[in-house]
Design a protein around this ligand. Structure first.
Ligand code: HEM
Length: 204
């Protein structure tokens, strides 16, 4: 589904966010005050969240590569198990963090619902492949990885909100929803187009 260029861009953005999380985990001296505070308040939750999140975002990038899947199915199965465990760890920790996230109830609800949907979509993807239902497994996996990529879109929107001079406290609760709702809508649109192909005259 993805061509080489878009997959390379996806992998690059996944690696950048993973490198950011890894730096925060491994080099406490480089943490920004906001992150240092998270490590003081909830060290286990933020530590496990970053670890699970970085493993999920990198392994997931390889899982959505169709060529790799076709050529190395045993690697796909192995990385798939690693991805599920990483989401389980990162998602439960993300849910814990959502209750004390910055910005009040709107932020808590945005991140909390995202964490629940991340866990449910990944659980469904696993359940469907155990039932040998490849089409449903793919659909759930796409939903799951669209949520994983919220870690990228969140940082893009945060950067943009700062560039246009928005107040951080006002922007953050909106971004807690914006970082994942459009991702899921895009995936549903892609899935619907596959199930209901466009008639010839409507194709570009
Ligand atoms: C998709 C489900 C995810 C949810 C629900 C989620 C939720 C959260 C929450 C609630 C926080 C604390 C924010 C605050 O206190 O205001 C946080 C921080 C963080 N998350 Fe996630 N997260 C998710 C995915 C990921 C992924 C895939 C990564 C990739 C590595 C990641 C990396 C981080 C990092 C590095 C922080 C530290 C704060 C920062 O520097 O922005 N998260 N996350």
């Amino acid at each position: 589904m993805l061509n080489k260029v878009s997959w390379s861009l996806l992998l690059l953005s996944a690696l950048l966010v993973a490198a950011y999380a890894f730096t925060n985990l491994a080099l406490p001296g480089l943490r920004q005050p906001f992150v240092a505070e998270l490590f003081q308040k909830t060290p286990w939750a933020i530590g496990l969240h970053m670890l699970g999140g970085l493993v999920a975002i990198v392994t997931g990038a390889f899982q959505v590569n169709a060529r790799l899947r076709a050529r190395r199915i045993e690697l796909h199965r192995l990385l798939g198990r690693v991805y599920v465990i990483a989401v389980l760890v990162g998602g439960v920790a993300g849910l814990v963090l959502s209750f004390s996230s910055f910005g009040g109830p709107v932020t808590h609800a945005g991140f909390g619902l995202m964490a629940v949907l991340w866990l449910v979509s990944t659980g469904m993807a696993y359940h469907r492949i155990r039932q040998r239902d490849v089409a449903a497994h793919r659909a759930w996996m796409l939903r799951s990885y669209a949520l994983t990529l919220a870690a990228v879109t969140l940082r893009i929107y945060l950067g943009l909100s700062q560039v246009v001079g928005m107040d951080f406290a006002a922007a953050y609760p909106a971004i807690a929803w914006l970082c994942w709702v459009p991702n899921l809508i895009l995936v549903e649109w892609v899935l619907l187009r596959r199930v209901l192909p466009l008639p010839n005259h409507a194709r570009g």
